[in-house]
Design a protein around this ligand. Sequence first.
Ligand code: PLP
Ligand code: COI
Length: 341
Amino acid sequence: MEKKNIDWSSIGFGYMQTDKRFVSNFKNGAWDDGVLTSDANVVISECAGVLQYAQTCFEGLKAYTTEDGHIVTFRPDLNASRMKDSCLRLEMPVYPEDKWIEAVVKVIEANEAYVPPYGSGATLYIRPYMFGSNPVIGVKPADEYQFRIFATPVGPYFKGGAKPITIRVCDFDRAAPHGTGHIKAGLNYAMSLHAIVDAHQNGFDENMYLDAATRTKVEETGGANFIFITKDGKVVTPQSPSILPSITRRSLIYVAKEILGLEVEEREVFFDEVKDFAECGLCGTAAVISPVGKIVDHGNEICMPSGMDQMGPVIQKLYDTLTGIQMGHLEAPEGWIKVIK
Ligand code: PLP
Ligand code: COI
């Protein structure tokens, strides 16, 4: 298979149209078989549920070329299951999980020429998503849906890759108690757009959202969960019913405990504690683990002891172990790696 002529190591986190995407339609209470198509455009009613009332959810996972030349993906079963949770919360039909994984595999296979080579720093990002497609004007769920999966090669989510970023405590809330923060609904991201544009205009790379009810506890950023390291080397990560259950975070907790022998606390994290941590990172499929060097709370700067030049030592170990598993040079826990070819 000849790879596309792309300068893999210079691509950022953006969309590049690839050859094939998967499309399946839900009508009269059932999903059709779905097809791979070259048509990257979606044609729907002007009154489609997704356009009027944002009835849509998505997932994000990656395919990697391993050191020995295989193409693999990482824990797709967890993405399938999280998308099921998103669909149920949004009154959308579930796409069966086994078929969901099969469709992801088909999309990776059909776009093999776009899977970045080992060592390039890039990966193939896979974006499954679903939306209400038939006309809806009274506020109610759609009757018809489209499930699609496209793939696009991506580089680092934050410019500069592994260089520590600066974030700010955000005055806007991301998710209400008992709301939709725990699922991957498009609406959660729509409402974060003003906050991120405002953060960028003020010189920050990302927002740290606090819990909406008390504004005392750390939740997450617009697209990643937090990992903190205490001065005595413990891993601490916020637990909250209104954050997205990150697959990267769940994997890192396992890596920390079972592979690196670190102590892990998954618990409420008060913002007041943040100044006492030694390291901070953002974790997610897109972010992998991006180190945070500085957190600014209304002019008050918290500078992580790990500094602005490189990742702290514990986060570096977590990063090396996780990416080592994904890139195939460390043994993966049972069931984590799905080999495509
Ligand atoms: N939090 C939010 C809001 C996200 O959008 C993502 C990305 O998927 C994450 C956390 C990280 O989740 P995961 O590790 O499953 O990609
Ligand atoms: C991902 O990490 O897959 C996400 O969906 C986050 C998004 C902000 C790009």
